[in-house]
Each structure stands twice: as structure tokens, then as C-alpha cells.
Design a protein. Structure first.
Length: 210
């Protein structure tokens, strides 16, 4: 029974993947330009809790908050890499409590945390999709794919998120790990969380409709 459930789940992922996999026009564009934090909207963060160097955004983890694009997006393909700093005394990745997230379609007043759709970057549940606040989305994750795809703490993970008309697909290190449909709202700024532990982001690029 379990095998049939997992097989059906994977087939569903592949079938819907064909629908959202169409290419967008234009070339991917970097979202990090220069070293000034004020190129983003900082919510809950202070300028000294975020540094940018060589296109890499580093968050200290405290205070809690996020940095957000000043532009609103709907249909796009977003790629970036992230990693947590590995504590020197960490013996097992299962004990790591590092957390972060990608926030999509931000709406309403800026606050910690906003109405949005989140793609989880927690080490224990990477790529899971869910709604925060007044936003909604119907989603499912593949725990087996998540566990197989995520890299050890301290290594870079590559994320690809595809958004098309309210459907959101999360791909971690080349493996589709989660999918959400009927997102409401399905347009808004994009943000990355600072949620307690040092985390880094690099090679942040977006490809949109021309």
C-alpha cells in the first residue's frame, strides 16, 4: 500500500510538472546588486544583521525578520543557493535546529511574519510549501525526496522555485520535493527569512515574463 501511494504521488508530480515547466521569456536577472542592504526592504532586521559581499547575502539570524524585494512578482523561475553555518560542536545533522524560509507573494502590512506563501528551508523539512497568515495554498510534500535531496549542514543547497498562475513548485538540488496549487494571492514581493541561526544566500536570480 505504501509503495502504491508513493508511486502515485511521484506520477502526480511528474504529470503536473509538465504543465508548469514551460519556459519564460528573457534571461535570468540577478536580484542582488551591490553591497547596500537598502536595495531590499528590511522588516524586523537591522542593517548590521545583514551583510552583502560578492553577491552573497549573510544573515546573523537575530533579530527575526526578512529582506524583501522592492518589486512584485507573479510568474517566474527563481533560483538561489543557501547554507547554514555548521556549529563546531554539531555531531549529527538530526540535532540541528537551523531554520529559514523563502517567502512568496507578500501581502498586507510588513510585519514578522507577513501574509505569504512560504517555501520552507528548515534542515528537517526542506522545500515544504505552506501558507502564512491570510494567504492560502493547497500543497503536498514528498518526505522521501526531501531527505534524499538535502545536503549536510554547512554545505550549499540549490533551490529552484517555479511560479505559474498560482501553482508553485519547489526543486531542491535538482529534485522536486513539493508542490502547491491555487495560491491566493499569487503575486507580491519575494523575501528570505532570518530565523534564529546564521544563514547565507548566493546566486539569487529570477526569470520572469517579458
Amino acid at each position: 500500500m505504501i509503495r502504491r501511494f508513493l508511486a502515485g504521488l511521484m506520477i502526480g508530480f511528474l504529470v503536473v510538472g509538465n504543465v508548469t515547466g514551460r519556459a519564460l521569456g528573457g534571461d535570468p536577472a540577478p536580484l542582488v546588486k551591490g553591497t547596500q542592504p537598502n536595495q531590499f526592504n528590511l522588516v524586523g532586521l537591522t542593517p548590521d544583521s545583514l551583510t552583502i559581499e560578492g553577491g552573497e547575502v549573510r544573515l546573523s539570524g537575530k533579530p527575526l525578520g526578512y529582506f524583501a524585494t522592492r518589486t512584485s512578482y507573479r510568474d517566474f523561475t527563481l533560483t538561489f543557493e543557501y547554507r547554514f553555518d555548521r556549529p563546531a560542536d554539531l555531531k549529527s545533522d538530526a540535532d540541528f535546529r537551523g531554520n529559514s524560509g523563502l517567502l512568496l507573494f507578500l501581502n498586507g502590512p510588513p510585519r514578522v511574519w507577513p501574509d505569504c506563501v512560504q517555501v520552507q528551508l528548515d534542515q528537517a523539512d526542506p522545500g515544504a510549501i505552506f501558507a502564512l497568515g491570510g494567504s492560502t495554498i493547497e500543497s503536498q510534500s514528498n518526505p522521501i525526496a526531501q531527505k534524499a535531496a538535502v545536503k549536510p549542514v554547512g554545505e550549499w543547497n540549490k533551490v529552484k522555485v517555479i511560479s505559474r498562475g498560482g501553482t508553485v513548485v519547489a526543486i531542491l538540488n535538482g529534485v522536486e520535493v513539493a508542490r502547491g496549487e491555487k495560491a491566493t494571492p499569487a503575486q507580491g514581493p519575494i523575501a528570505w527569512q532570518s530565523e534564529g541561526k546564521p544563514v547565507r544566500f548566493r546566486q539569487i536570480q529570477i526569470q520572469t515574463e517579458p
